[in-house]
Write a protein that binds this ligand. Structure first.
Ligand code: GTP
Length: 807
């Protein structure tokens, strides 16, 4: 990590110095080197793009030295490892930079029901991708374009992320003549679900996108899932613009949303627009950068009319413009200098500062509008082009396995060898569809590429661009873009690269399932279809897992919540015509030990012929954190050979999968083997593995084991008059209430609740709040289950085991 940070720092400096911008850069460099060093220390850090220090301009500005460039390009194609990424970038054709400048890969993410799909529908309409607007749960029963699954349309929720692309013609006034110029941007867009149960969809989208639009509800502001999405954006260093939607709703207050971003998300935010009218009088916005009123008119808001700022809000707009400049001065040196010189920065300077600060993850510009009322969506599209990075401005690293996993910078230029990441798999009528983000090089139909994980070479038979559930065949896809391919066998998160390039990229974060239930087809004749569905769902969704319980022989599905699993049960019925029987939802408990326990275990069996012999000596103890389990060997003098110690490690790992108390996974346990004995003829790997497993079981049981249960961060929002009822509901469940925020009409309560106590909570909340309460639940951490529950669980497990043994 440190090496990467230093390399990045060096490359920024070198690039800037080479560019003849030494002085300007040295100043800016100081403010960027700090975050990089923070990165080296494992703290949150902005993604360092080539845009910083003005680097993004230099490919276009550089003299294009034809001979040298041709030679470097030749090397880049045939032996890229011989060149630094910098050298590659430095020698590329300015046309590449110009192409990338007009590409944006963005995601739309937000709390449930904030209007992501509704806003995306407008984006598709205004960019000419669809001819008519259809609403989520609209009266025409058609449904929004991006919610293509029947279940999504019926339930009015997004379940799977959907990708699309569009071209946006941005109209820019020329800074000198004031004349309108048109620029065409190509936008690849992914609409993501809001429910936490489908969080993997957000996770994988953000892994591959360069920027995001964070949508907030104008009435509710920052909500529980906004915080989750913010965390995911930070995880992948994704810059974002914010869009306060639903400005037409009663109680709309964009300033509350902006305060929420500043205070709850701890991200500097300021409005770049102020509303003209509010609630049902919402008419448009004032663009604070240019001080122009912008109205969306025509039947669907497709006509944008600009006018002077209305007199009654001129002063207010001036005040908010000052606030914008003040906030920018805190995060951008150029604006800080203008501020110190008591000079008002020009619109161009403000725009450039917003772009720099957004890309370096220090700031988010806030826009506002109403997707449903067709108001002010186009300025949001302009902001995507103005403030979010193009693919060349984002640093993407791969690990070069041929050079001891050394990090290499991928550059989104077509002329480099292809590298892409498969981030999503989906079964379609034509076979498996694999979504790929192309980081470098072109992906061409018929090309042979290598899967970095398996080493298998695959031919790309068909490439498509996705438009929700429709597709458009293409012959090739350029660097920095997103596409889908058919007929490629791989797993989600696999890297593909051209020829002998040994690059692999890190995959996305996959949260562990917290809930499971037993499942079987009602009729045995449906078993083949049932198995087919199970393997498909597992391939597509890494948070959906299936296993067969060793003891009961039942199939168990695990996932992120009741909704998540119920959607798969429903899909099984609709898409595979399999009716299933499910058991009660089960919590994914964990087991741990709390005491240090020494062991000395001898496995010795003599049954004629070769026997079994293994002796393992050491101790087990808690690691102190409820995280990964650790196996260590500290054998001195070779009493156990390396080969047998490896078998011990395997025995330990196997024991951790099925804990001795309930058969659930073990957490936070360490095993040290420091001595033992081996028999010349009777010892074997199997004997050592078995001996370790026996030693584990005994030591764990003596080590005051504990059952751990998942605690869920639960956020409940309801009208104030129901607060008493709801607190009562939570008390009954032994929840710990961490925070209550009381607003004028509604309160927001945050609590840690045991998942075990939350089954059926939604119907009780509905009853306790006349259907007006809402809640979200997200895994927080594992904690010891109450002693009584532990006893009951262990007794139940023992009883089931004995009954099975009797059979
Ligand atoms: N009043 C008002 N309602 C809106 C606006 N935008 C969306 N809605 C409504 O809010 C509800 C949710 O909209 P969606 O677009 O499905 O929200 P989403 O964020 O995509 O939902 P999930 O993906 O399921 O989290 C729908 O009933 C929309 O009609 C808006 O600007 N104003």
């Amino acid at each position: 990590m440190r090496a990467t940070a230093l390399a990045s720092r060096a490359s920024l400096r070198n690039a800037a110095l080479r560019n003849g911008e030494a002085l300007a850069c040295r100043r800016t460099f100081a403010s960027y080197s700090l975050p990089i060093l923070r990165q080296a220390n494992g703290q949150n850090h902005p993604r360092i793009g080539l845009s910083q220090c003005g680097v993004q301009q230099w490919p276009a500005q550089r003299r294009w030295q034809t001979g040298a460039a041709a030679a470097v390009q030749e090397t880049a194609v045939h032996d890229p490892s011989a060149l630094s990424q910098e050298a590659i970038v430095e020698n590329l054709d300015p046309q590449e930079a110009a192409r990338l400048d007009k590409v944006r890969n963005i995601g739309i993410a937000a709390h449930i029901d904030s209007g992501k799909t509704t806003a995306t529908e407008r984006v598709l309409f205004y960019t000419g991708r669809i001819k008519d607007i259809h609403e989520v749960r609209g009266r025409d029963a058609v449904g929004a374009k991006m919610d293509s699954m029947d279940l999504e349309r019926e339930k009015g929720i997004t379940i799977q992320s959907a990708a699309t692309f569009c071209d946006w013609i941005k109209k820019n006034p020329d800074p000198v003549s004031g004349e309108m110029k048109e620029e065409k941007y190509h936008i690849n867009l992914i609409d993501t679900p809001g429910h936490i149960d489908f969080t993997i969809e957000v996770e994988r989208a953000l892994r591959v996108l360069d920027g995001a639009v964070l949508i907030l509800c104008a009435v509710s502001g920052v909500q529980s899932q906004t915080v989750t999405v913010d965390r995911q954006m930070r995880r992948y260093n994704v810059p974002r613009i914010s869009f306060v939607n639903k400005m037409d709703r009663a109680g709309a207050n964009p300033w509350k949303a902006i305060d929420g971003i500043n205070q709850k998300l701890k991200m500097a935010a300021a409005a770049v627009q102020v509303p003209i009218g509010m609630e049902d009088q919402f008419k448009g916005v004032v663009d604070l950068i240019r001080m122009k009123a912008v109205y969306s008119e025509g039947e669907n808001g497709e006509v944008i009319r600009e006018d002077e700022v209305p007199d009654d809000i001129r002063e207010f707009a001036q005040e908010k413009r000052r606030k914008l400049i003040e906030t920018l001065a805190d995060v951008d040196e150029d604006i800080a200098n203008a501020f110190l010189d008591e000079r008002t920065p020009s619109p161009l300077e403000i725009k450039a500062a917003i772009r720099r600060a957004t890309i370096s993850l220090k700031f988010t510009p806030v826009l506002m509008g109403s997707a449903l009322a067709d108001k002010s969506v186009q300025p949001m599209l302009d902001a995507v082009c103005d403030f979010l990075p193009n693919p060349s401005e984002v640093e993407n690293l791969a690990l070069d396995r041929k050079r001891a996993e050394a990090p290499v910078k991928l550059v989104s230029y077509n002329s480099l060898p292809f590298v892409g990441l498969a981030f999503k798999l989906e079964e379609s009528n034509f076979g498996q569809l694999t979504y790929i983000r192309v980081y470098q090089g072109k992906l061409k139909k018929g090309a042979n590429v290598t899967n970095a994980r398996t080493g298998n070479k695959v031919k790309i038979p068909r490439i498509v661009r996705m438009h929700s559930n429709e597709m458009e065949d293409v012959q090739e896809i350029g660097a920095g873009e997103i596409c889908a391919v058919f007929g490629v066998d791989c797993a989600s998160g696999d890297t593909f690269a051209e020829g002998g390039l040994g690059y692999s990229m890190t995959s996305m974060f996959v949260p562990d399932p917290v809930i499971s239930l037993s499942i079987k087809p009602k009729q045995t004749k449906d078993t083949p279809n049932f198995s087919k569905a199970m393997s498909r769902f597992q391939r597509e969704d890494p948070t959906f897992r299936v296993h067969v319980d060793n003891e009961s022989g039942e199939s168990i599905i695990s996932g992120m919540g009741e909704l998540h699993l119920s959607i798969y049960v429903e899909r099984m019925k609709r898409e595979y015509h399999v009716e299933v029987v499910t058991g009660q939802p089960q919590v994914a408990y964990r087991e741990t030990m709390t005491q240090h326990v020494p062991f000395d275990h001898l496995l010795k069996k003599q049954t004629g012929g070769a026997g079994d012999y293994a002796r393992v000596i050491g101790y087990m103890e808690p690691t102190g954190q409820l995280g990964d389990n650790v196996f260590e060997q500290q054998v001195i003098g070779g009493t156990i050979s390396e080969k047998y110690l490896f078998a011990c490690d395997k025995g330990f790992q196997a024991s951790c999968i099925e804990g001795p108390m309930l058969g659930h996974k073990v957490l936070g346990t360490r095993m040290i083997i420091n001595d033992g004995a081996t028999h010349m003829t009777d010892s074997s790997e199997l004997a050592f593995r078995t001996a370790t497993m026996h030693a584990f079981r005994q030591a764990f049981r003596q080590g005051q084991p504990q059952v751990l249960e998942p605690l869920m961060k639960t956020v409940i929002t309801a009208p104030n008059e129901f607060q008493g009822n709801i607190v009562g509901l939570l008390n009954k469940r032994n929840a710990t209430i961490n925070d209550t925020e009381i607003g004028p009409d509604e309160f927001v309560l945050t609590a840690d609740c045991s998942l075990n106590a939350m089954f059926g909570f939604s119907s009780q909340l509905r009853a306790a709040s006349q259907g007006k309460g809402e809640f979200t639940m997200e895994f927080s951490h594992y904690a010891p289950a109450p002693p009584q529950l532990q006893k009951e669980l262990v007794a139940k497990h023992e009883k089931e085991r004995m009954e099975r043994n009797k059979r």
